[in-house]
Write a protein that binds this ligand. Structure first.
Ligand SMILES: O=C(O)C1=C[C@@H](OP(=O)(O)O)[C@@H](O)[C@H](O)C1
Ligand SMILES: C=C(OP(=O)(O)O)C(=O)O
Length: 426
């Protein structure tokens, strides 16, 4: 697609789309709970639809009516052997967390996904799930398809995570429901805690002590009504857009404000960004706010350490903010970006360089020297939704016509992205 940038502002009020991480978890937990779960504001992105399809393929009755989803929970052991391979499309969250559930079941399953998923590392879940007694194998010990065969001896463990990953933590948490006893996960840095919050809300005994999560499998999950807060990772594109595009003023309603997710707000405020939050409230253990953003001249900052897991998916759009800021931004400890849907460090460095930005990839991040003007150019998205949306916002800032090779990936996480963008531009 072509983006004609240069003289664009974003103005208006929008609703944030449902959070992707919370939508996945609501389907998974609802499906294995006793009784009915009703989800409101569900994200109808391809990734979450693939999660629904996996559970439908295991016999769960799931009705989708716009963004309301009703699940007839089958209980921990009520899932049925699928007649074919389970397919997660592009979704790392689905394959990694579902594997925890599949490892506790009494039938064999195979789970796979698209080309990008087949290159995503799975040892990180194979190792702890195997320690719990699971029989789980990947191609070359590492990659999807994953083949999971039943095990008689699923047991609780204490696991020291090497990387801060909520997908790995959640995979272990789901399998812990199939054990007898107490599972403890010790995190190097606290990652997003939606599974902890949702399991507690569904009646599971989950405790947190500093960076440890402790699940006692005695209490089983019971179906609930759940409202999915808006996705900070999706509205991040419009927050940065409103900051860097002239004369912009955007209000975003119903944004999830979970501390483990809002590192981007801390960083953008640190950069001087005019961002205000209002109407703090809570739904099913998750905080929620409305956010107001106005155009600001940003300045470069250092981003490293414990904040990284709190903004991991927002680094591509933060790089766009840094490219338009005065001074240097240094991002460190972000090596995980190399194993997402694409190598996001390389993708952003190549694309922003092509727009004339002085930017350099480092071993675990990037160094960006901001500029006042971006040049229109040709962009490669590597079929990665976050790269596509980040570069569209950069394209709106650049003078001239930017050509983006492929925007089809955007529907994995934000199917209404263009509808919302058009509302803000017009
Ligand atoms: O648990 C989740 O819902 C997610 C966790 C993060 O991945 P890691 O667990 O690999 O850090 C994040 O990048 C991904 O988009 C969603
Ligand atoms: C990394 C992402 O998702 P996943 O790991 O679920 O593919 C993302 O949405 O940016």
């Amino acid at each position: 697609m072509n983006i004609k940038g240069g003289n664009i502002s974003l103005n208006g009020e929008i609703d944030a789309p449902g959070d992707k991480s919370i939508s996945h978890r609501a389907i998974m937990l609802g499906a294995i709970s006793e009784g009915k779960t009703v989800i409101y504001n569900f994200l109808l992105g391809d990734d979450c639809i693939n999660t629904i399809n996996c559970f439908k393929d295991m016999g769960v009755n799931i009705e989708v009516d716009n963004t309301k989803v009703v699940i007839e929970g089958v209980g921990l052991n009520g899932l049925k052997k699928p007649v074919k391979e389970l397919y997660v499309g592009n979704s790392g969250t689905t394959i990694r967390i579902i594997s925890g559930i599949l490892s506790g079941l009494d039938f064999k399953s195979t789970i796979t996904g698209d080309k990008s998923i087949q290159k995503r590392p799975m040892k990180r879940i194979i190792e702890p799930l195997s320690q719990m007694g699971a029989n789980i194998k990947g191609k070359n010990g590492e990659y999807p398809p994953l083949i999971i065969t039943p095990s008689e001896k699923i047991q609780p463990i204490t696991y020291y995570q090497k990387i801060a990953s909520a997908q790995v933590k959640s995979s272990i948490m789901f399998l812990s429901l199939y054990t007898k006893g107490e599972t403890r996960i010790v995190q190097p840095i606290k990652s997003r805690d939606h599974t902890e919050k949702m399991m507690k809300y569904f009646g599971v005994n989950v405790k947190e002590e500093e960076n440890s999560v402790i699940i006692d499998s005695k209490e089983k999950p019971i179906g609930k009504e759940i409202f999915v807060p808006g996705d900070i990772s999706s509205i991040a594109f419009f927050m940065v857009g409103a900051l860097i595009l002239k004369d912009s003023h955007v209000i975003i309603r119903n944004v999830g404000f979970n501390v483990t997710r809002i590192g981007i707000i801390d960083v953008l405020k640190d950069m001087g960004g005019n961002i205000k939050t209002y109407n703090f409230r809570e739904v099913n253990n998750e905080p929620l706010v409305d956010i107001e953003v106005k155009t600001t001249k940003l300045k470069g900052v250092d981003i490293e350490g414990d904040i990284i897991p709190r903004l991991i998916d927002e680094i591509p759009i933060i790089a766009v903010a840094a490219a338009c800021a005065e001074g240097i931004t240094v991002i460190k400890n972000a090596e995980e970006l190399k194993v997402k849907e694409s190598n996001r460090l390389k993708a952003m460095v190549d694309n922003l360089s092509s727009m004339g930005v002085d930017i350099m990839e480092t071993k675990d991040g990037m160094i960006i020297n901001g500029t006042t003007e971006l040049k229109a150019s040709k962009i490669e998205t590597y079929t990665d939704h976050r790269i596509a949306m980040s570069m569209i916002i950069a394209g709106l800032k650049a003078e001239g016509v930017t050509e983006i090779d492929d925007i089809s990936s955007i529907k994995t996480s934000y199917p209404d992205f263009f509808k919302t963008l058009n509302e803000l531009i017009n």
